[in-house]
Ligand binder design. Sequence first.
Ligand code: PLP
Length: 382
Amino acid sequence: MMKLENTLMMIPGPVPIAPRVQRAMGRPMFGHRGEEFGAIYDECREILAELFRTKNEVFVISGSGTASMEAAIGNVIGKDDTIITIENGKFGERFCDIGERYGNTVKLQYDWGTPIDLEAVEAALENGAKALAMVHNETSAAIKNPVEEVAELAHKHGALFIMDAITTVGGDTVEVDKWGVDIAFMGSQKCIAAPPGLSAITLSDAAWDAIVDKPPYYLDLKAYRKSGSNSPSQTPYTPGVSLISAMCEALRIVKEEGMEQRKHRHARGAAAVRAAAGALGIELFPKIDKYHSYSNTVTAMNIPEGITDKELRGEMLDMGIQISGGQSHLKGKIFRIGSMGNFTATDMVTTISTLELVLAKHGLVDRIGTGVEAASRELDKI
Ligand SMILES: Cc1ncc(COP(=O)(O)O)c(C=O)c1O
């Protein structure tokens, strides 16, 4: 099979980056303690604060989303502290794994892609905890968790609320200050469509007050705050200068589109995939209730009978479209299509029509076009 250089990535991160972002990444190198870097870093932090919807400072960490997950927990949880972690997918599980490295972890586990139980969350909080960590958009299962409700419960019981907003910041509604989120973070390779390798984190006053004596050295957030207040602003250690330069350009694109339109486009993209799934007889994977919703940035579906994961994704890739499979025990059972980043309606239609071509080849649809037709009704005005 020929190797295409222009494969369309429709996975839930990394996502394609705009040529101007690519160019920003390829700029001649410049130092990280000078005016030029300080201006770019400040612009990133300013736009990111708008996307997080916070008045608090934002810091860019040279490390992918997991670095910020670890920074969040490692800075507020010491060995005698308790953190409650909520798992209904791969990244909730990761919160638990990180929590166990730093303190005592109480895990609330649910089948991946199923709702969490708010009564159980409250019962766990009643036993006392310094913090509670939850994923906003559980990318592995394409389910959106009830952050407002859980943040309220955490505060009622005096616990900090840590929110993984890696696949919502820049693509879906995030209201850090309004929801009372104490620590929130995002990843560069997701909704803002920057290259992978960076994450950004923000803390409330209560979170700053709760910082432990010996946080992880490289991820010591007080060091980030101190360097961030220098003039020109800096990071404590040498950052991914080229990546931050690219992130700045990606954030300018987000601003140019406007956050309301960007959220709308992401929501319509996911709605289009769900509509196509319905028309093609493909079952959506997550089970939602009144507190949970389908993700706006990724859609997970059960692999239909009569085709394997390898055939479905492999044949789509051969036609130039990359989609994702399931993670861990969901491998071979589900497939996921991203509606994340700077995708267009055409990207969506192309992806769905390619899915139809593959399904038709395996005799799983009678007529090509039903998926695209259903999707196109959701794609107007994006
Ligand atoms: C919700 C969520 N949290 C955490 C991560 C981990 O981020 P990274 O792979 O950038 O370390 C991801 C990545 O897919 C994610 O989707």
